[in-house]
Design a protein around this ligand. Structure first.
Ligand code: SAM
Ligand code: DTB
Ligand code: SF4
Length: 333
């Protein structure tokens, strides 16, 4: 018998996979989920996961940085901000040639990735770059892969061009709660992020939006981030949950490490709140034990970034990941 507080009435929300998705989450309900005994929370999230997903499958997305560094934004976690360039020593690059991007995508596909995520260190794209961006989307799709771009804020015209090119996903993270956002980024507002997400949604592209945990935020901020995501008019189709990679030379270099159990709780709560979405165990896996990653999969993570490099920081080697998937009996989706 469970002698602790009664299980959150999850049965009411998830009695079947036909139950309507909720967009009216209240802060106290989300905190109640985070506060559950760890075993109850993970068990509940695993139940939800099984209603909507095959628990033995994992989707593999691969990243490439098509334009690195020199970014005008001041995101405290990011190696690519021009503001941190002197201390991180990261040299900016120009936009990569289309053929090189497609060539790398081909290799990612051969390695087993099904989605190719192209990231640029921009506040927003310049119109002069859009032809090359469109060619990258078309080239990746021609390989039979799903395409994802993350280019910063978009205006209506740029959004339309991406939609017309057939872009499958646009990644634009809200990163944390609205309350904590100003502690991490001063060059743009939370509303700017929401505005781009609305444009992407309006053009019918899939939204990929999540955030980072372990930036010194409180549990209420992690809950607030998930509340914003789940209460959007549609749940983002993909929800990347990143553990901060504390990059030397960035303002968050020395932030206290977050306990892995709290990271797993965040995955579990995301799974319960957005049952149909892909929840991606994203940056930070390189510093996670296999056991932590396994608990994330149990708690509802259905996707990972695969490949030896994220954008500017390392990710586990392919053979290490394949060995882990084999040990867990997880099959690439
Ligand atoms: N410049 C665009 C933007 O910010 O939307 C796209 C690229 S940006 C690097 C994409 C996302 O990577 C960020 O929103 C953040 O969630 C994640 N990220 C960046 N640096 C990170 C770090 N050191 N640790 C974990 N996640 C990070
Ligand atoms: C996301 O949520 N995480 C990815 C992707 N979307 C673009 C980026 C992780 C970056 C980690 C730090 C780096 O490698 O620079
Ligand atoms: Fe620029 Fe994106 Fe890095 Fe912020 S997270 S500094 S917008 S590349």
């Amino acid at each position: 018998m469970n002698n602790h507080a009664p299980l959150f009435p999850i049965s009411a929300i998830t009695a079947s996979s036909n139950a309507p998705l909720r967009h009216d989450w209240q802060a106290n309900e989300i905190i109640a989920l985070f506060d559950m005994p760890f075993m109850d929370l993970v068990y509940s999230a695993a139940q939800v996961h099984r209603l909507y997903h095959d628990p033995n499958k994992v989707q593999l997305s691969q990243l490439i940085s098509i334009k690195t560094g020199g970014c005008a934004e001041d995101c405290g976690y990011c190696s690519q901000s021009a503001k941190h360039q002197k201390t991180t020593g990261l040299s900016p690059t120009k936009l990569m040639e289309v053929a090189r991007v497609i060539d790398s995508a081909r290799k990612a596909k051969a390695g087993g990735a099904t989605r190719y995520c192209m990231g640029a260190a921009w506040t927003s794209p310049k119109d002069r770059d859009m032809d090359a961006i469109v060619a990258m989307v078309e080239g990746v799709k021609a390989l039979g892969m799903e395409s994802c771009m993350t280019l910063g804020m978009l205006d209506d015209h740029q959004t339309e061009r991406l939609a017309d090119a057939g872009l499958d996903y646009y990644n634009h993270n809200i990163d944390t709660s609205e309350e904590f956002y100003g502690e991490i980024i001063s060059t743009r507002s939370y509303q700017d992020r929401l505005d781009t997400l609305a444009r992407v949604r309006a053009k019918g592209m899939n939204v990929c939006s999540g955030g980072i945990v372990g930036m010194g935020e409180k549990r209420s901020d992690r809950a607030g981030m998930l509340k914003t995501l789940a209460n959007l008019p549609e749940h983002p189709q993909s929800v990347p949950i990143n553990m901060l990679v504390a990059v030397p030379g960035t303002p968050l270099e020395h932030v206290a490490k977050l306990e892995s159990f709290e990271f797993i709780r965040t995955i579990a709560v995301a799974r319960i709140m957005m049952p149909r979405s892909e929840v991606r165990l994203s940056a930070g896996r390189g510093e996670m034990s296999e056991e932590t990653q396994a608990l994330c999969f149990l708690a509802g993570a259905s996707s990972i970034f695969y490949g030896e490099q994220l954008l500017t920081t390392p990710n586990p080697k392919n053979n290490k990941d394949i060995a882990l998937l084999n040990k867990l009996g997880l099959i690439p989706a």
